[in-house]
Ligand binder design. Structure first.
Ligand SMILES: *Cc1c(COP(=O)(O)O)cnc(C)c1O
Length: 360
């Protein structure tokens, strides 16, 4: 008998943005700028760090497995009950958990292509068949096509809004239609990791659309605008029944004491969130315009990164940028494009200058 199922045999490990330390080891570059993992260039709120520091001496104790304080705070923030909130070690864990809890190898999953690669990894890990529905020509989720891809076996649909790696969003009317029209047995997972960055008038907060559908899970994270990626904390809001099943299967103590403390304090520093949102909106407009000024195509972004189409093989440009100490993100599925996280003004200038040099 095979050691693993064929889909795990064919799986490549998740490859994140190149760490600054790795570039230092490989090329001896010590002043690199990392614009590769959609991290907050302002860092975490100082209040989050102070809160984590206050509990570090308790590190011999297991965390509160129920994460009472943080869950209560999130429930209050969103006007739901605590039984409708589940924490994860990043929303990554919750994506994976959704597949493990609700799917078997006889099920089927629908997501977009390209979208967040974790959807595919989670499906392959559990050997669950899936349909990856191409984005539209404007690089948006094709929600009608995704609805049409649903079969009687479909148990899950993942929708990243805004999407990663494109930064594009789908509007309220299309999301409402999806939530209403997809058969009720399908669990729709709205992955809103970048929600706080979205400012388009038609961008929907799907927590406001919960009335349209019972089987809806909304995922949020502290990794992006809250600047707490290293702590690994995200959460799901959904109906009690779904949250209860996921809670039975999640690892005990999946969110560390430090992460719970930092996230709880971060929620109280909305001024920090607002600064990050404003910086990002300014830089998103400026960097997008500068790239278009170079004759390049930029997908309309509602997130904290832009996808730029270089109209030539992107890998050599990625490598040349690395040599200049600028780390961005290439994607095998988008061979002429690079995803560039929006940093501080100085970091973005460094990227724009390096790119201009590389392209000339
Ligand atoms: C970054 C990201 C996440 C969040 O990952 P964490 O595990 O919470 O760090 C989830 N979904 C998408 C689409 C993302 O880009």
């Amino acid at each position: 008998m095979a050691l693993v199922i064929p889909t795990i045999e064919g799986l490549a490990p998740y490859e994140g943005g190149k760490p600054i330390e790795e570039l230092a080891r490989e090329l001896g570059i010590t002043d690199a700028v990392k614009l590769a993992s959609n991290e907050n260039p302002l860092g975490p709120s100082p209040r989050a760090l102070e809160a984590a520091a206050r509990v570090v001496a308790d590190s011999h104790r297991y965390p509160d497995g129920a994460a009472y304080g943080l869950r209560a705070k999130l429930a209050a923030k969103h006007g739901v009950s605590m039984e409708e909130v589940l924490l994860g070690a990043g929303s990554n864990e919750l994506l994976d958990l959704a597949v493990r809890v609700f799917c078997t190898r006889d099920s089927h999953i629908v997501f977009a292509d390209p979208a967040f690669v974790v959807y595919r990894i989670a499906a392959l890990t559990c050997g669950v068949p899936f349909t990856a529905v191409p984005l539209t020509a404007e690089l948006r989720h094709d929600l009608p096509a995704m609805a049409a891809a649903v079969t009687p076996q479909t148990r899950l649909m993942f929708v990243a809004n805004p999407n990663n790696p494109t930064g594009t969003h789908v509007g309220r009317a299309a999301v409402e239609k999806l939530l209403r029209e997809v058969p009720p047995e399908v669990i729709i997972v709205m992955d809103e990791a970048y929600l706080e960055y979205a400012d388009a008038p038609d961008y929907p907060d799907s927590l406001e659309l919960r009335g349209l559908r019972e089987r809806l899970l909304v995922l949020r994270t502290f990794s992006k605008i809250y600047g707490l990626a290293a702590f690994r904390v995200g959460y799901a809001v959904g109906p009690k029944q779904l949250i209860d099943y996921m809670n039975r299967v999640r690892a005990p103590f999946n969110v560390s004491t430090l992460a719970q403390a930092a996230a709880t304090a971060a929620l109280d520093d909305q001024a920090h969130v607002q600064s990050a949102r404003e910086l990002n909106a300014r830089e998103r407009a400026r960097v997008s315009a500068a790239l278009r000024g170079l004759g390049l195509t930029v997908a309309p972004s509602q997130a904290n990164f832009v996808l730029v189409d270089l109209q030539r093989p992107a890998r050599p440009v990625y490598d040349a940028l690395l040599k200049k100490g600028v780390i961005v993100r290439p994607f095998a599925s988008l061979p002429t494009s690079l995803r560039v996280t929006l940093g501080t003004e100085r970091e973005n200038d460094r990227f724009l200058n390096a790119l201009t040099e590389v392209l000339s």
